[in-house]
Design a protein around this ligand. Structure first.
Ligand SMILES: [Zn+2]
Length: 452
């Protein structure tokens, strides 16, 4: 009689430390045994992973699912299908929806939408605003996985709170033991420069870069670290884009600030030189893709741990929203959740990093930083069976038309791939197979985060 639900046989299990040939047994959604090939109990289902690498599902802590409010760009169905095909088994959804996720009611509404559609697991960000500080604890109790602070914002839906409110929020979240993710740019600086550039009649793509100068990020990273240091808050720097922040990040970590950092593929693979290929306005993203000379130091920092993890800032828009003539009218951001793993696997194939290093930055590090380890982000007994099978010999190309996001305006069109996920499991159920989403709607569940 079969004694477990599933056994994955003959694969190569990858962790940050080692790669070993081993089988995995799964029962009731959890990994219940890992052993030498052929030694595990009989199962109701067997997946033969001969020739494949087996890694934990990637965790993307920076995803804009867009729903409610902007479902013409993306829905919980389309975003989590894209995630599943891309080897991402947990997404953290940002609160700049409409309504913003700034109250228990908004959080409850989003939980209901996500719960009916998602095919991968998810965490919901609550918004830190000037006027909802009294809601933060209740939102945490209602299941907010983390909180987002827009320290750099021109968006009236999610305005930047004044420093007084930021420090007050950090004091609350330090007490609650919840990490806060920060869009670290200096809002007054962005506002003044943006108004000045607009007044001068600038509508070109370079004006966006001139508005979002490196200093805006460097100052805000430093201020975030100092506020965290003084309040004891745990903070996470979103989408690091500039090499000039790196010394300040290292200084903060050396002082013992509980600060983690992410960067995204568009900062690792693109520069302003790509504007010619894509159209300069298409490149608009906040913070901006910068001049050549930043990607190399960001890669180095990601590999040496100064930058802890890889996220995507998945921010889908329609092609028509990204190709307007006036730069200020071009929607900022790109879809990313489906293309991040394949972009990095191509670099594994080229020897730029190891698969173990990828597992560290995309699976283990986000699970640790956001209180999910060792339930997620790792292949070990007791962990959720969030598992991705990878065929390192499989090749292909990224095309917008092939993506599962509604807003599929990718800057990685035509990128050559070598190494692709071929099967994604969330808590033991296959949710994507050979590039197709197959998970049942509503299979995804909210994550449980440990607060310390
Ligand atoms: Zn974002």
């Amino acid at each position: 009689m079969p004694s477990v639900d599933l056994v994955i046989t003959n694969g190569l299990l990858v962790s940050p430390e080692t790669t070993v040939a081993a089988d995995i047994a799964v029962d009731q959604g959890r990994i219940v045994a890992i052993g030498a090939p052929g030694t595990l109990p009989p199962a109701r289902e067997t997946i033969d992973a001969t020739g494949l690498h087996v890694i934990p599902g990637a965790i993307d802590v920076h995803v804009h699912v867009r729903e409610p409010g902007f479902s013409h760009k993306e829905t919980w169905t389309s975003a989590t299908r894209a995630a599943a095909v891309g080897g991402v088994t947990t997404v953290f959804d940002m609160p700049n929806t409409n309504p913003p996720t700034a109250s228990v009611a908004a959080l409850d509404r989003k939980h209901a939408i996500a719960g009916s559609q998602a095919i991968v697991d998810y965490g919901l960000y609550g918004l830190i605003g000037e006027h909802n500080l009294d809601q933060l604890e209740a939102m945490a109790q209602a299941g907010a996985a983390s909180f987002k602070l827009y320290m750099g914002s021109e968006n009236p839906l999610v305005p930047c709170p004044p420093d007084g409110a930021i420090v007050a929020a950090f004091e609350i979240l330090a007490r609650l033991g919840i990490r806060t993710t920060v869009h670290a740019e200096n809002t007054p600086l962005l506002t003044w420069r943006g108004e000045t550039l607009r007044a001068a009649g600038r509508t070109d793509a370079a004006a966006h870069l001139e508005q979002h100068i490196d200093l805006a990020a460097v100052e805000a990273v430093s201020r975030t670290a100092i506020f965290a240091e003084w309040t004891g808050a745990k903070v996470h720097i979103a989408h690091e884009s500039t090499r000039h922040s790196l010394p300040h990040i290292r200084f903060a970590k050396a002082r013992g600030v509980d600060l983690t950092v992410e960067t995204c593929p568009h900062y690792l693979f693109l520069s302003t030189d790509d504007g010619g290929r894509l159209g300069d306005n298409f490149m608009r993203v906040k913070p901006p893709v910068r001049e050549p000379g930043h990607a190399g130091p960001l890669w180095d920092a990601l590999l040496d741990g100064t930058i802890d993890m890889l996220s995507t800032d998945h921010a889908p828009h329609l092609m028509s929203e990204k190709t307007r003539d006036v730069i200020w009218d071009c929607a900022p951001g790109f879809p990313g959740v489906e293309t991040s793993m394949v972009l990095m696997l191509a670099q594994v194939s080229r020897g730029r990093l190891t698969l173990g290093q990828y597992v560290r930055m995309a699976c283990e590090a986000p699970a640790e930083a956001f209180g999910m380890f060792p339930r997620k982000g790792v292949l070990m007994v007791g962990a959720d069976a969030d598992i991705v099978l990878i065929d390192m010999s499989k090749t292909g190309r990224i095309t917008a038309a092939g993506l599962h996001s509604i807003g599929n305006a990718t800057p990685f069109e035509g990128f050559a791939l070598h190494g692709m996920p071929v099967r994604t499991l969330v808590r033991g159920k296959t949710v994507a197979l050979d590039g197709r989403p197959v998970g049942p709607p509503g299979w995804g569940r909210p994550v449980t985060v440990r607060r310390t």
